[in-house]
Each structure stands twice: as C-alpha cells, then as structure tokens.
Write a protein that binds this ligand. Structure first.
Ligand code: TRP
Length: 474
C-alpha cells in the first residue's frame, strides 16, 4: 500500500523536498520585512530561539503523524483518532493549504513578471524615486503615487492593478506547479527539489558575495549582527514565533503530507533539524543580501514593508549599478530567479497536500486530482489578483479578498492548527507510539525525547496561544 502511493526514493530527497516546502516567499520576502520592522539583530536572536525550541519539536510532531499513517492529512487524523473531533485539524489543514496556494500564486506571478522584466533589462534605468520620499510613501500606502515619470512605484502599481497581466503570470506559475505535481512524488516533487534546492543555495551564495561588495554595506551588516537587546519586547517575541511557524510550513499538514512519503528508515528528529537549519540559513542569508544592498545606497527606511522586494530593491539595484548596468541585470535577474525557485518549491508542497487528499478520497488518478486542484485554485487566485485592481473596492471587515485570505489562513487557522497538533501529539496520542515513531521503533537513540515531550505538552501550545491572542488583538 505504501509503495503504491509513492515514496521519496532517498533520505536526501526527503530532506530537500521538505526544505523546499519551508524555504519560500516567507524567507526571502517576509523575513527581511519582519527583521526590518522588529529592530534587526535582536529579532534574529529571538527568532533563532523560537526555531530551536518550538519550531523543530512541532515539525517532528507533524512528521510522526504523517509517517505513522502513510496517508493524506485528513485521513491521518481520522485514522489515529477514529470518530473523534481531532479530524477537524486535518480538514482545516487541507482547506488552508488550498486557500494559501490561491494567494501565494499571485505574489509568485509578480515574481515571474519581475524576473522577465529584469532579464529584458526593463528594470534598469527607470527614473529613480527619491528614496526617502519613497519610504515615506510606502509607510503611508504604496498606492497613492502621484503622476510622476515612470518610477519603480508606478511600475509596480500599474502592473498589479492591471486586470490581465498578473492573472496571466499567476496562471503560468500555476502551470509550472501543476506539471511537477502531475508527475508524481518521486519523479515530480523529489526530482525537482533535488535540482531546484541546490540551484537556490548557489544563487544565494553569489548574491551574498555581490551584496557584501557594495560600498557602505557594513552598515547593513551591523544592523543584522549587533543586537540591541533593549529592543526585545513582547511584541518582538510574538512576531518571531509567528514568523517561525510560517517559515517552517508548520501547522497545516504540508509537512505531514510529505512525511507520509518518508521511508521507515528516515530519521525524523534529524530530518526536522536539517530542514530547520536550511530554512534558517536561507532566511538569514536573504537578510545578508537585502540589507547591505539597501544600506549601501542611502538611508532607505528598512521597514519599507511589502514593497521592499518589488519597489525598494529594483530602485537600489538601479542606483548601485548605474555605472555598470549589465551587472544590474545579472544581480536583479538572479534575485528574482531565487525568489521564484523558493516560491515554486513551497507552492508544490501546498498543492500536494490538497492533491493527495483529492486523489485518495475520491480514488481518481493523480493527473485528474492535480487538474481539479489547479483549476479550482486558479479560479480563487484570479479573485485575489483582481483585488489589487478592479476589485479593490470589494472588501469585508476592511480587507480586500487577498488580505482576507491571508488573514484567515495565517492569523486564524494557522495558530489554532499549531496548538491542536501539539495537544494531539502531547496529550491524545499514546506516548509509546510517539516515542517509537521518533526512534524508528526503538532502533535509534533520541536522547532529547523527554525534553521534546515536555515542550510539545506545555511550552509550545502556550507560546502559540500567546501569539494567537496577540495577533487577534493587534
Ligand atoms: N514556508 C513557506 C514560506 O516560507 C510557505 C508555506 C508553504 C507554508 N507551505 C506552508 C506556510 C504551510 C504555512 C503552512 O514561504
């Protein structure tokens, strides 16, 4: 039965696929934004603690649920707790993966557009926005840009509010994701991760070196490396927990689905640690790419918000490479390629958690299941994309469709899902089952088991509950 539904062929494949899920827009786009908003090095310090203390144990729990049951997330919970309400967690997980994918493809579509534009040289040489004015405007709202000559803010606003182009780009991105999913677990997901993840790490290496070489970059390094501990407030801690969850793809059954393809000799604690290390490494290196570059140009506000990657950075590239435009093409081309690869491997994992369910619950072929998910997601994706243009007036509770999806998914269902996974593993599942799964039936030594068990029963659920309440109140 296990072989029929496909397995990752190797341990390396399992680590790279799971790391591919974790490394995404959250690392290259959201992490630097959070660092900027929360005071630099002090935030990174707290973030690292969150990854080690909460992130890795929760990931191990998802892994053990997936690998023990060898089935999709909904059936996994139903199998471990027949007839109990715990199955709601599985249902929520699949539903949220679907919801996230529908807006994830919108940002990924923008990335694809920016990649094409930078390769065609369209991003170099536009009128540079006065950077201080830009950051002030981004702080206010990125949309009310006056009628200036074409600058980067305007390029961005014109693009996202166009009814067709972003949808087309999103559809192209969805097409790529679909092709990989339709090929199956080993020749689709595993193979593509084995190509894309090393490529991604290589590109990051090149960009870090380039970014360090920019004059004045030491200011950026200081911001990232010299913690000012007085900046650690409750809010900073809670933001770090939230970012750790998003970045590690936790609480939505994504990693649970991947773990259902792990072989029985895959070491769960080691794999979780490996994935967390790769994910954190990429996030921090993204900071090392972005901040030295931004600081080297002028005093750009580092908390420029969501526009950091699509408005501030092209601006920075343009100024930094004004005398060497070809280097600018390469640098920005590589940067958006990096973002695209990261987005693609994460989108694949979101798609797979839904496809695995459709495939197994309705007993249809993988191709049909994948096609149904792609089409349904794309339909929602169109609505998300249009919410930046013609449908921007369509709001509920003051949020447009895109913001509403993001809010429901990451601020409501994600934290609740995290708490449920902890309670499920820590309090409902038999301790012997948990220990046996983490030690591969007692053949491995896992010395930190008692610490793990304490965290999963008490520390993690309480910490997540704190984030949840804080985010709802803010
Ligand atoms: N972790 C991915 C990122 O950093 C996003 C992601 C993929 C995700 N799958 C997920 C987030 C599941 C939460 C849950 O961009």
């Amino acid at each position: 039965m296990v072989n029929k539904r496909g397995n990752f062929g190797s341990k390396l494949g399992a680590v790279l696929a799971s790391a591919g899920s974790a490394v995404g827009l959250g690392n290259v786009w959201r992490f630097p934004t959070e660092v900027g908003n929360n005071g630099g090095a002090a935030f990174i310090f707290v973030y690292l603690i969150c990854i080690a203390v909460i992130g890795i144990p929760v990931m191990m729990s998802e892994f053990l649920i997936g690998r023990h049951t060898h089935t999709n997330t909904i059936s996994a919970f139903a199998k471990l707790a027949p007839g109990k309400w715990w199955r709601i967690e599985g249902i929520a997980g699949v539903f949220v993966a679907f919801l996230i994918l529908s807006y994830y493809i919108v940002i990924s579509g923008w990335t694809l557009f920016y990649l094409i534009e930078s390769l065609c040289g369209q991003l170099q040489g536009l009128q540079t926005t006065d950077l201080c004015a830009l950051s002030a405007r981004l702080g206010a709202k990125a949309s009310d840009n006056g009628a200036q000559a074409a600058d980067y803010t305007q390029v961005f606003n014109d693009f996202v509010s166009n009814p067709w182009l972003p949808v087309l780009m999103g559809a192209a991105f969805m097409g790529l994701t679909h092709l990989i999913i339709a090929r199956g677990v080993q020749s689709g997901i595993e193979k593509s991760s084995k190509v894309m993840m090393p490529m991604l790490l290589f590109i990051i290496g090149i960009l870090v070196v380039c970014s360090f070489g920019m004059p004045g970059s030491s200011e950026g390094l200081r911001f990232l490396l010299k913690p000012d501990f007085s900046k650690i407030t409750a809010d900073v801690i809670l933001s770090a927990v939230g970012q750790a969850f998003f970045s590690l793809s936790l609480a939505m059954g994504c990693l649970c689905t991947y773990a259902s393809y792990f072989r029985s000799d895959t070491k769960l604690p080691k794999t979780a640690a490996g994935v967390a290390i790769i994910d954190t490494f990429v996030a921090i290196l993204s900071g090392f790419i972005i901040f030295p570059a931004v600081f080297s140009v002028e005093e750009v506000s580092v908390d420029a918000g969501p526009g950091l990657v699509f408005i501030t950075l092209p601006n920075v590239f343009n100024i930094a490479f004004s005398h060497l435009p070809w280097l600018g093409y390469i640098f920005s081309g590589f940067f958006y390629l990096l973002l695209l690869l990261a987005a693609l491997t994460s989108a694949i994992s979101l798609h797979e958690s839904v496809t695995a369910y459709v495939l197994e619950a309705f007993s249809v072929s993988r191709r049909k299941a994948a096609a149904a998910v792609s089409i349904a997601c794309m339909t929602l994706g169109v609505a998300c994309s249009l919410s930046f243009g013609v449908w921007s007036d369509l709001t509920l509770f003051g949020m447009n469709i895109f913001e509403l999806f993001d809010f429901t998914a990451s601020k409501i269902i994600l934290p609740i899902g995290g708490i449920i996974i902890c309670l499920f593993t820590g309090w409902y599942l038999d301790r012997k089952l948990v220990e046996s799964e983490l030690t591969n039936g007692g053949t491995l030594r896992f010395r930190l088991f008692r610490l793990y068990y304490f965290i999963i029963r008490y520390v993690a659920p309480l910490a997540i509950a704190a984030v949840f309440v804080q985010e709802l109140l803010s």
